[in-house]
Design a protein. Structure first.
Length: 399
C-alpha cells in the first residue's frame, strides 16, 4: 500500500470515528455556519466539538505549516482529506476570513512574530477577522482611500471610516488599509495594518441589505492607537499586499459557485427541491425543460469545481493565486446567481414568500437568497472590474 493509500485509509477511519453524526448533515441555514471568534455561539454543540477535533490536528487549515498550528499536509494529502470529508458528508468545521484571506498574506508578507501570534488562533477559530478596505468614497477606486494613520512613536493614530465591512460587529480583529503618506502617489502611500476591534475609538453600525439581513457594517475609527508592530510588511507597501489578498478573496468568493455557505437556500439539491415542490417524490422530475436546467446547472458546477481545484493545486505549488482568480470570481458569482434563479423558478409562486411561516422549510429563504445573490457581482471587486482584469492580464488585450 502506498503512503497516500495509507493516509486515505487512516483519514477515513479518523473521520468516521470523530465527526459527529449531526455534522454529516447538510446545513439548512447560514446560521449554522461556524465562524469562530470570541463572540461565537454554537446552537448545535456538536459544531464546537467538530471544530476542536479538527483544529487539534490542524485540519481546519490542512496545508499550513505545523509550526503555526496547521496540518502540514501536502497538496495531495489535503485533496484526499477533502475527498473523504465529501464522501462522508462532513461539514467544513470553520469558515474564516483569516483562513481564506489574511492567513496566506501573513505567511507571505508577515514576520515570524506575526505568524506565531496570529496563525494558530486562526486555525483554532479563536479570533474572527473582518476586512477594512472599502470606504464611502473609495469603492472600486480602492487606492483613493483616505483613512489615515499618523505615526506617533511606536504607534499609529488611525482615523477614518470603512464601509461594507462584512461581519465587523461580530469580529475581533480587522485587517485594514490605511494611508500613511498623503504626499505620495495614491497607490504608493498605503500601508496594511492589523487592528484589535476592542481598541478605544473603534465602533461599528450594521447596514441592512435588500435581502432583509445585515452582514455588512460601517466601521468608524477615531484616534485609534495601533502598535507599529501590527503593520504587515514595510510602510507604504500596503497596495502590493492588498492586491495579493484580493486574489485570495476572489478565490474564496468564487467558491459560491461550488455551493459555499453563501451559495443559496441551504444545501438541498435541485432534484430534492423539485420533487418537493412539484410533488413527484419518486421517479424522474415531470417537467423535461426543468430537468434540463437542473442537469445543466449540475454540469456547470462540476466543471467549475474541477477547474478551480486544478488551478488551486497549481497556485499552492507556486506563490498563490494569480489573475485567474478574477475569472473564477466572475464565473462563480454568475453561477451562484443562476443557481438562486433556478431555485426560485422551481418553487414557482411559493418561492416569493417573505414573512410568516410557509408550508415548506426553504420557502421564505428562497427569496432572500435570490436577493442576496445580486450582491455577489459587486463584493470583492465588481464583475466589471474583473472583466477588465481578465482582458488586460489574462487575454493581454490593449488598454
Amino acid at each position: 500500500m502506498s503512503d497516500l493509500e495509507s493516509f486515505r485509509s487512516e483519514t477515513r477511519k479518523w473521520l468516521e470515528q470523530n465527526c459527529p453524526a449531526s455534522m454529516r448533515q447538510p446545513m439548512t441555514s447560514e446560521k449554522e455556519t461556524v465562524w469562530g471568534g470570541r463572540k461565537a455561539s454554537y446552537p448545535n454543540p456538536d459544531a464546537k466539538v467538530w471544530l476542536d477535533r479538527m483544529a487539534e490536528r490542524g485540519w481546519t487549515v490542512p496545508t499550513w505549516p505545523k509550526e503555526y498550528g496547521g496540518g502540514g499536509l501536502s497538496n495531495a494529502e489535503a485533496r484526499i482529506l477533502l475527498q473523504e470529508m465529501r464522501e462522508l458528508g462532513c461539514r467544513r468545521p470553520l469558515y474564516s476570513f483569516g483562513i481564506d484571506m489574511l492567513g496566506p498574506v501573513i505567511l507571505e508578507f508577515g514576520n515570524e512574530e506575526q505568524r506565531r501570534e496570529h496563525l494558530p488562533k486562526i486555525v483554532r477559530g479563536e479570533i474572527r477577522w473582518c476586512q477594512g478596505y472599502s470606504e464611502p468614497a473609495a469603492g472600486s477606486d480602492l487606492a483613493g482611500l483616505q483613512c489615515k494613520a499618523v505615526r506617533d512613536g511606536d504607534d499609529y493614530i488611525v482615523t477614518g471610516q470603512k464601509i461594507w465591512t462584512s461581519y465587523a460587529d461580530d469580529s475581533d480583529w480587522m485587517f485594514c488599509l490605511v494611508r500613511t503618506d498623503f504626499e505620495a502617489e495614491k497607490h504608493d502611500g498605503i500601508s496594511f495594518i492589523l487592528i484589535d476591534m476592542e481598541s478605544a475609538g473603534v465602533s461599528t453600525a450594521p447596514i441592512m441589505l435588500i435581502s432583509g439581513s445585515s452582514p455588512f457594517c460601517e466601521a468608524f475609527l477615531q484616534d485609534v492607537r495601533v502598535p507599529v508592530a501590527n503593520r504587515v510588511g514595510e510602510e507604504k507597501a500596503g497596495w502590493t499586499i492588498a492586491k495579493r489578498l484580493l486574489q485570495h478573496e476572489r478565490s474564496m468568493i468564487a467558491g459560491m459557485g461550488q455551493g459555499g455557505p453563501a451559495g443559496g437556500a441551504g444545501a438541498r439539491g435541485f432534484t430534492e427541491l423539485a420533487r418537493d415542490y412539484l410533488e413527484c417524490p419518486d421517479g424522474p422530475i415531470s417537467e423535461p425543460i426543468l430537468r434540463d436546467a437542473i442537469t445543466q446547472s449540475q454540469m456547470d458546477t462540476a466543471c467549475f469545481g474541477a477547474t478551480a481545484r486544478r488551478s488551486g493545486d497549481a497556485a499552492k505549488a507556486g506563490k498563490g493565486p494569480g489573475p485567474e482568480s478574477s475569472m473564477f470570481k466572475y464565473y462563480g458569482t454568475e453561477l451562484n446567481k443562476r443557481r438562486c434563479d433556478l431555485r426560485v423558478r422551481i418553487a414557482g409562486v411559493e418561492g416569493i414568500g417573505w414573512e410568516g411561516e410557509g408550508p415548506k422549510p426553504t420557502e421564505l429563504q428562497l427569496t432572500r437568497d435570490w436577493l442576496r445573490s445580486k450582491g455577489n457581482s459587486i463584493e470583492g471587486g465588481t464583475s466589471e472590474v474583473q472583466l477588465n482584469i481578465i482582458a488586460k492580464r489574462v487575454l493581454g488585450l490593449p488598454d
